[in-house]
Design a protein around this ligand. Structure first.
Ligand code: AHR
Length: 658
């Protein structure tokens, strides 16, 4: 062979090997336990952002039900011709009721179903044919000669549900009255009209409309389709209530859990900090009614089998906003909130807060095991406050694990400072956030390979690959973002002795009311769908196993060689071997997997593949499962498995070891 021929031959080989990679062999050592995977490994992060709670999982359909928004008539309009100025007045009883001061005072003068109020809902109201709806309000009246006609009106202007209420509560004491009706049509953007008939004066507050098909059919409960998507993930924990919402723009807007429990009419509304936070996506009608409060969050955690992880304000408002601090000598009430929360969640009903929990309908403990102190706080001011919280909480509840923030970024001066100081403080768990480009996620599959195995554990508390830059409204949930997260997550799971928890963020976004992208689950008034990122999260969470075992390529962990990423685990309960491999390359990759250290194997295994040829493809309301897992059976010959890994794919293999 002359030199030219040799060169052509070599070139061909090189080109050929770049279109279909030569077969490589992974080795799995199923009897070499590397680390325990915590049941909390994969969880969910919930925050009232993007209409996550109000207008989202909280199924209330009336916006501004108690007239407490900054503009009391936001969401409302008066119907018909008022006879005199002042027939509809928003009154304020601040002294008598500081939590819910405003109400609607209505003067009727021979009204004939020609005067009323209309509510537009959060972005319209999603109504379902043949479903029951519960309407209610709180009221008091001066005359008993009043009838109230309730009409649900579709976007086409047709009445698709109605009922009549005849209030009979004359006097000064507020009373609740309800009526139910069935909707005749499905409509995405209905509104509700309340017409009055009769004479006299009536005061209204807490005007409410709920569908009957809430999660677990709880009256006044949560949107079942959204919660089902969470339950399907079998999350190990649920973090709530955020996020930046914990901090508030200033301290007056911080999240205060004690104001979110008990009768909903006594829960004081505040502005949602996402109302004006994202300049390109102002959401001026975004407030927190707290119809969904801490009791409901704990109950939700229990319902979906997730450990509750409440995050509390540490005496610091958002450092991107006002940066307000509580002086150290004023920190006591904040620390007390944390201590009281543990009593509220766990103690028996002989205690003050345990008794309150029992009175709300949950005598048993919620088994709270961890709480977070601060969200994305940083600097010595944070450490100073943390020390005070830690001392007080650990003195009373030594077993409660504390989650500390490492700031907003996974590197840089602030992160390095906190990571070093918090580790010296023997932090139980350190919360790291990564909102980065897909390249960062691919490159960081090794991030935890050299982290200390002893001492503080890592909580990947918020992460999402950004198709554009962080906080850009152009971010999309593409297959590229999801695939790069999957590659990164193999590194989290492989280092389960370092990383004990992780959650994607944010969780929900309403298509007509979002501020932040990308998000795990998108909803409109009637539908919800999981993004490709959702399916990645779900696949990891529902296939996590209990112990990490090594999977190697040429004796090395698989962290990006030929764009392959892998982790493997055994599930001691199901007696199965679980292998996850990401092929982040454009090529098919023929792969042999050699299974070592297993006594017996079945001849068939289960392969779940999530893939797309197009890195920029997405799921949508029209095509919710454009990218969704597909299951098939594979053959296992002796101890060898041959796999053809599709381009751009996440592959989950389950093999019985019974
Ligand atoms: O997930 C959205 C926001 O990102 C969270 O509220 C905050 O913690 C982070 O900056």
């Amino acid at each position: 062979m002359n030199f030219i021929k040799l060169l052509v031959c070599c070139l061909f080989l090189i080109l050929n090997s770049s279109t279909v990679f030569a077969q490589k062999t992974f080795v799995v050592k199923a009897n070499e336990i590397k680390a325990s995977i915590q049941p909390t490994m994969w969880g969910v992060f919930f925050e009232d952002i993007n209409l996550g709670a109000d207008g989202g999982i909280y199924a209330e359909l009336i916006k501004n039900r108690s007239f407490e928004f900054k503009k009391p008539m936001m969401g409302w309009r008066v119907l018909g011709l008022t006879k005199t100025e002042g027939d509809f007045q928003v009154l304020n009883r601040q002294d008598a009721n500081t939590a819910n001061p405003r109400y609607m005072h209505i003067v009727l003068n021979h009204a004939k179903h020609d005067l009323g109020l209309s509510n537009e809902g959060f972005r319209g109201m999603g109504i379902k044919k043949d479903l029951g709806y519960d309407f209610s309000f709180m009221y008091r009246q001066k005359s008993s000669d009043i009838k109230v006609h309730i009409e649900l009106v579709s976007s086409k202007g047709e009445i698709i549900g109605k009922t009549i209420i005849q209030p009979n509560n004359t006097g000064d004491v507020w009373k609740k009255i309800s009526a139910s009706f069935i909707a005749k049509e499905t409509d995405m953007k209905s509104h509700l009209n309340i017409w009055f008939e009769g004479d006299g004066v009536i005061d209204l507050d807490m005007i409410s409309l709920f569908p009957k098909d809430t999660w677990k059919n709880r009256p006044g409960g949560m949107r079942a389709d959204m919660i089902q998507l969470l339950a399907d993930m079998k999350p190990g924990f649920i973090r709530f209530p955020g996020g930046c919402i914990v901090e508030g723009y200033d301290l007056s807007q911080r999240y205060q859990w004690k104001k979110t429990i008990g009768p909903i009419e006594e829960r004081q509304l505040i502005i949602n900090r996402w109302n004006t936070e994202i300049v390109n996506r102002p959401t001026l009608d975004y407030f927190q009614t707290f119809g969904l409060g801490f009791f409901e969050y704990f109950q939700l955690a229990e319902d979906i089998g997730a450990e509750p992880l409440p995050i509390l304000n540490c005496g610091m408002a958002c450092q991107f906003n006002s940066s307000e601090l509580v002086p150290i000598e004023g920190l006591d009430p904040y620390v007390k909130d944390a201590i009281d929360l543990i009593e509220f969640a766990n103690a028996d009903s002989t205690t003050y807060w345990g008794k309150i929990r029992a009175s709300l309908g949950h005598a048993a403990s919620f088994h709270l095991k961890m709480i977070g102190i601060g969200n994305e706080n940083w600097g010595p001011q944070y450490v100073e406050r943390l020390k005070i919280f830690t001392k007080a909480i650990k003195e009373k509840y030594p077993d409660i694990k504390l989650v500390y923030s490492s700031g907003t970024d996974p590197e840089g001066e602030r992160f390095n400072y906190l990571n070093s100081v918090l580790r010296k403080m023997n932090a139980d768990i350190i919360d790291e956030h990564y909102y980065r480009r897909p390249e960062w996620f691919l490159a960081n599959a090794k991030r935890y390979d050299n982290y200390p195995k002893d001492g503080s554990k890592v909580f990947g508390g918020e992460y999402a690959a950004q198709s554009d830059h962080t906080v850009s409204v152009n971010n999309k949930n593409t297959w590229l973002t999801a695939l790069s997260e999957a590659a990164f997550m193999t590194g989290l799971e492989r280092n389960a002795d370092v990383v004990s928890m992780a959650s994607y963020a944010p969780l929900f976004a309403h298509i007509d009311g979002w501020q932040w992208t990308p998000d795990l689950i998108w909803v409109n008034n009637l539908q919800s769908y999981g993004t490709p990122d959702y399916y990645v999260q779900k696949l990891f969470s529902t296939n996590k196993g209990t112990k990490v075992v090594p999977i190697t390529l040429n004796n090395e962990a698989v962290t990006g060689q030929d764009s392959l990423y892998a982790t493997s685990a055994i599930d001691e309960v199901e007696k199965e071997l679980i292998i996850k491999i990401v092929n982040a390359s454009v090529k098919h990759q023929n792969q042999a997997i050699l299974l070592d250290g297993v006594k017996s194997l079945t001849t068939k295994g289960k392969l779940i593949v999530l893939k797309s040829d197009n890195l920029y493809s997405v799921n949508s309301f029209e095509h919710p499962e454009n990218i969704a897992p597909k299951e098939s059976e594979i053959d296992i010959k002796g101890r060898k498995i041959l796999l053809d890994l599709s381009p751009y794919s996440l592959n989950v293999l389950r093999i019985s070891m019974k």
